[in-house]
Design a binder for this molecule. Structure first.
Ligand code: SF4
Length: 302
């Protein structure tokens, strides 16, 4: 089998990283590339491991999202998921993840075995009891939330759950993965997005949902006026409707095109997606973002 080529694509998380720190972006999308393979350099292997490290908020979000995904997939297959069972499974998995990371199994398989930054950097353990309690609370919030309850009432309307898709936007392949897509009324669709973190930027959420809207219009052929988007915050037990309309979709397309062009401006070979490391500087020494960055060892900052 030939080597996997590092072709250029765009995603909202890639944009976030590009905006946060250019070196972090390079390490994630170029420096760590191929680090899974036997013939990889020692640095690429280490960067691949670092790229896959997680933080407690990110991990908590993954656990809760996975519980929601399993529940919706069970519903779509005619089963009735129960909150008690979902909590039990979610907590079992969470405890397994913690033990696996403590045992350092992520070093053997960084992609499949979660590795916490605290374990890699030999820092004090997080308050796991508090994290487990928060997972339990958010699973209860999920099952008690009116949006999820409505979904449980009409499982035949679940169109897709967490499917990774590539959508061409202005000539750029864009990755999207919707937490759930429901059939709405009159041939419309409702995009549902769960959030689990403490702080969320409404403008960023709207931007991300706008891109999901392009997917619904472009690949599913839904008229834009029949696309709705709902952001459900499981930490605060709230939800917000985000309007999707033709103007917003056009703005989202423009946003993707401009962001992708900024990313490609630094390439030394656009055709082959080659990025020279020295074109992607680190943040200034002392920047507080470095203290929690998973790559800080490579940058000599941790
Ligand atoms: S440690 Fe700082 S400079 Fe290095 S990748 Fe992370 S955020 Fe960027």
């Amino acid at each position: 089998m030939g080597e996997l080529a590092n072709t250029f694509s765009w995603s909202y998380s890639r944009h976030g990283m590009f905006s946060e720190c250019l070196r972090k972006y390079w390490l994630s999308y170029y420096g760590s590339w191929g680090g899974w393979g036997r013939g990889a350099s020692e640095r690429a292997r280490e960067l691949y491991l670092l790229k896959n490290l997680t933080s407690t908020p990110m991990w908590l979000g993954t656990v809760v999202h996975d519980v929601a995904e399993e529940a919706l997939k069970a519903l779509a297959q005619g089963e009735r998921p129960w909150v008690e069972r979902a909590v039990e499974l979610g907590l079992e998995r969470a405890r397994r993840d913690i033990a696996s990371s403590q045992a350092g199994r992520y070093r053997e398989n960084p992609k499949k075995q979660p590795g916490f930054q605290e374990h890699y950097y030999a820092e004090p353990e997080p308050d796991w009891d508090a994290e487990l309690a928060e997972i339990e609370r958010q699973i209860h919030n999920l099952f008690g939330h009116p949006v999820f309850r409505r979904m449980m009432d009409v499982p035949e309307r679940i169109l897709e759950v967490e499917i990774l898709r590539s959508v061409p936007i202005e000539g750029v392949p864009v990755w999207v993965k919707l937490d759930a897509l429901m059939q709405g009324n009159d041939g419309g669709v409702v995009i549902v997005d769960w959030k689990t973190g403490r702080d969320h930027d409404d403008a960023a959420i709207a931007q991300q949902l706008g891109i999901y809207g392009i997917y619904a219009v472009q690949l599913r052929g839904v008229p834009v006026e029949k696309v709705q988007a709902l952001h459900v915050n499981l930490r605060h037990n709230t939800h917000t409707a985000h309007p999707i309309n033709a103007e917003f979709v056009a703005q989202s397309r423009d946003f993707v095109a401009r962001s992708a062009e900024a990313m490609r401006a630094g390439l030394s070979d656009r055709e082959r997606n080659v990025a020279p490391e020295d074109g992607y500087p680190m943040l200034p020494e002392g920047d507080e973002r470095c203290a929690r960055c998973r790559f800080r060892r490579d940058c000599g900052r941790g």
